[in-house]
Design a protein around this ligand. Sequence first.
Ligand SMILES: Nc1ncnc2c1ncn2[C@@H]1O[C@H](COP(=O)(O)OP(=O)(O)O)[C@@H](O)[C@H]1O
Ligand SMILES: [Mg+2]
Length: 239
Amino acid sequence: MTQEKQTRELIRLESLWKIYRYGSVDVKALRGVNVSIREGEYVSIMGHSGSGKSTMLNILGCLDKPSQGSYWLDGQDVAKMEDDELSEIRCSTIGFIFQSFNLVPQLDVIENIQVPLYYAGWPEDESRGRAMEMAEKVGLADRIDHKPTQLSGGQQQRVAIARALASDPLLILADEPTGNLDTSTSREVLEILDGLSAEGVTLILVTHDPEVARHTQRVLYLVDGNFQKDGPPAEVLRR
Ligand SMILES: Nc1ncnc2c1ncn2[C@@H]1O[C@H](COP(=O)(O)OP(=O)(O)O)[C@@H](O)[C@H]1O
Ligand SMILES: [Mg+2]
């Protein structure tokens, strides 16, 4: 019998609702979601357009607040926090990876990776050293003075991954991380994410692509603002 290594609970959503006021209409984007995610899990969130994926990612990323219910992030209820506390938690706890990379075009690779460290108040020399380590980790040590336009899409996404990792966040959130990449480049980026997961990094990604979801260990499938399925990809994605 194998004993599952028990890691600590990083995320708990309890009866979580997000209701958008749209004119005189209430749009119930998330409807009483309950879920628990542990440190080190590799999770994908799937669902059709309009099922609430972006809303969920915005809330998990502390970019938006729930209308009702609790969001416990590492033991703190972020649903009750003020905006300035939220942005502090966001900076110190979460790394983001976006579909469109969102690099700063005027900055070179090292400087882009340093952005979150700058906001976290790291001294320049330490920050540069850390960014260099991260560039090496994603295989871009020989490109550190390139600007984003001088890089391929896959390389840009690797810079974004290095940036997301720089401040050693508790959690990495990725929104369609391979959405702008061709198949072989997607595979490269997924290999990096798989490697991070193997090192114990907690990763949650939103994707509409079953091939991407198959890289993760757990698929949360959103239907009408709730997780209708929750399980390993082989189970949830079975036809
Ligand atoms: N700012 C907003 N104002 C009003 N309705 C919104 C807003 N953002 C999203 N919605 C609605 O909430 C629901 C979920 O949207 P979203 O989270 O973007 O889904 P997905 O990312 O899965 O496509 C949809 O019905 C959408 O129209
Ligand atoms: Mg969306």
